[in-house]
Ligand binder design. Structure first.
Ligand SMILES: NC(=O)C1=CN([C@@H]2O[C@H](COP(=O)(O)OP(=O)(O)OC[C@H]3O[C@@H](n4cnc5c(N)ncnc54)[C@H](O)[C@@H]3O)[C@@H](O)[C@H]2O)C=CC1
Ligand SMILES: O=C(CO)COP(=O)(O)O
Length: 335
């Protein structure tokens, strides 16, 4: 039987620990804040992120990374993407020699433009075959109620992917394996940027035609970037591509979409940041995604206006005008 350690007692880390534990995988949860760790151990609840969701009795929480990792076959990482490198440097000495590192994160590192699995390989000094990614349409508030959902478990080593699939597969959480780590990670990170754009449109009062257009052309942007980075185009038609894009762009539960919606309604960036209690990865990753695209000469016009609105003072109206006045061209998907 596999054992797991989950790092991060936020929404997804706590919920994925619940999934692993319910799937029969003994799981320890690491959190940096003692009050949340104590509350989980004493009340079986994470009062800040998931009040009302009862955690299985088999989950133990700790603030000690060595204790969390003791005997773990899977070390699951669920902290905000931009904090991963610094955290992993601290955790690295405690990683068991053959443990598989699993990323739940949907971001691209600022400054290096690296995907989370690349940061993990570099900092933890582990080969690709020991890094896996779980991604898909997985809005936590629904999973916390154990509503049916599906996800992709990606790893270049298919035997590792199958083991992780077994460790987190439940009657209400169905997982599929996929060897395309690049495509799965890009789908998860870039859909957050597109969800910001859809949110802005929703906030401006625009309708379903605009939403569908942004999602469709957004998927084309994801596919174009994926093509130059070696992703399998089929991945983008799957759960970690279109699936997650649809869930995030259409759901009021999405933090990224809500962030965009507030901007579209006319709130200032400072007001929206103050109103956002949890991680909306696209806010930072839009810049690294755009930088990555420019490095590879890939056109990503929606991503460009998202960076404009979120970071450079562009108004939602100017962003809409810029997208609509682009040169007419044939419709293309991918390269
Ligand atoms: N919540 C969701 O619906 C889903 C989230 N994700 C991804 O999972 C990742 C984690 O997101 P959530 O759990 O939702 O975020 P969250 O905002 O709910 O929780 C983040 C956690 O990280 C901790 N944290 C913040 N800064 C830290 C630091 N410097 N060092 C260590 N810990 C720190 C917070 O205290 C909190 O426990 C993100 O990349 C997100 O895109 C993926 C699928 C679903
Ligand atoms: O990744 C997610 C759903 O799969 C969660 O989206 P948000 O981070 O926008 O809430």
């Amino acid at each position: 039987m596999s054992r797991a350690a989950v790092f991060g007692t936020g929404s997804w880390g706590t919920t994925f620990a619940m999934i692993l534990a319910e799937a029969g995988t003994p799981t320890t949860l690491w959190g940096r804040r003692a009050e949340i760790v104590d509350a989980i151990n004493e009340t079986r609840e994470n009062p800040e992120y998931l009040p009302g969701m009862r955690l299985p009795d088999t989950i133990r929480a700790t603030t000690d990374p060595a204790e969390a990792m003791d005997g773990a076959d899977f070390v699951v990482l669920a902290v905000p993407s931009q904090t991963l490198r610094a955290n992993l440097q601290v955790w690295k000495p405690h990683i068991p020699p053959e443990a598989v590192l699993v990323s739940l994160m949907k971001g691209v590192e600022l400054g290096t433009c690296k995907r989370m699995s690349e940061v993990i390989c570099e900092v933890a000094e582990v080969p690709e075959r020991r890094v896996a990614v779980v991604s898909g349409p997985n809005l936590v508030p629904e999973l916390a109620q154990r509503q049916p959902a599906a996800a992709v478990v990606a790893c270049s080593d298919e035997e590792v992917a199958a083991r992780l699939q077994e460790a987190c597969h439940l009657p209400w959480f169905r997982t599929y394996t996929n060897p395309d780590v690049v495509g799965v990670e890009l789908g998860g990170a870039v859909k957050n940027v597109i969800a910001l754009a859809v949110g802005v449109a929703v906030g401006m009062g625009l309708g379903d035609n605009v939403r569908a257009t942004l999602m469709t052309r957004g998927l084309a942007e994801i596919a174009r970037l994926g093509a130059v980075l070696g992703a399998d185009q089929h991945t983008f038609a799957g759960l970690a591509g279109m699936g997650d894009l649809v869930a995030t762009c259409t759901s009021p539960l999405s933090r990224n979409r809500t962030f965009g919606e507030n901007l579209g309604r006319g709130m200032t960036m400072a007001e929206v940041v103050a109103a956002t209690k949890q991680t909306a990865e696209g806010v930072k990753s839009c810049e690294s995604v755009l930088e990555l695209a420019r490095k590879h000469d890939v056109e990503m016009p929606i991503t460009e206006v998202v960076v404009g609105v979120v970071h450079d003072g562009m108004t939602p109206g100017e962003a809409a005008m810029l997208l609509m006045s682009r040169t007419p061209k044939p419709e293309r998907y991918g390269v």
